[in-house]
Design a protein. Sequence first.
Length: 285
Amino acid sequence: MSGVPRMWLNAAMDHWDFGRSLAGYGSVVPGARAQVLLVHGYAEHVGRYTHLIEALVRANFSVYAFDQRGHGRSPGPRALLRLRDLTDDHLAARAWLRQHAPEVPTFAVGHSVGGLVTALSLARDPRGLRGVVLSSPALVVGQEEPAAKRAALRLLSRVAPRTPVSVVAKGILSRDPEIDRAFEADTLCYSGRVQARSAYEMMTGADALWGKLGNWTLPTLVIHGDADRLITIEGSRRFVRNIASQDRELWEAPGGYHELFNDLDSQLALDKVTGWLAARSDSAV
């Protein structure tokens, strides 16, 4: 592992190669209580998670993360989603952790579309995980769209997947306006229109998940702002209601926007997540 420039990530992380030719990063804490696999959301990159990574490291967690394909420093068409590929990447990262550090408790943390990817990965194979944290997961997207529009989007996603179809509203990531300005200025983020395949994948991505919640027994924390205008909190409420896990919690942040780790009350979200992880990493399996 060679060093990642601190000026970019603002956290002491090294390059991590888990065999998928993606930009991976790791911060290994000697004697860590557990390790966390972190996955970012749509159109962004790991470098926007400095506060969370540093909070986890201070709490004695090793952190592994990667820019999803088509995002940040990873290869692929910019922000063009194929959830099957993203889920395969996540499964590969988890397999690497099982092989190289099987004795260390492992948790998965995913935000927004990264939360959806994390959930799809766990639904396919829950092995090797002590628990999961989903932050504003993209579980319900575009459900209000009429059937005809959904059918047209499905066709377009197949024949012209890069066609721009929608615009993400400005000023809805955080109540701190600096966060949105920083996103727009960040050359590793994607600020263009949502492309047809990405829109369709997000709209239908959770369809295969809902029927598997009866088998979801992992300890689970979901955090979501009740003022999130990008991803409705209703998906998180439905998810937590229906999973089979006896250790499940939905933490609703009053007035919180989409990016709780970058919101005005970010410390509350950081403390909630690190505390929840610590309690379960220090307990018996």
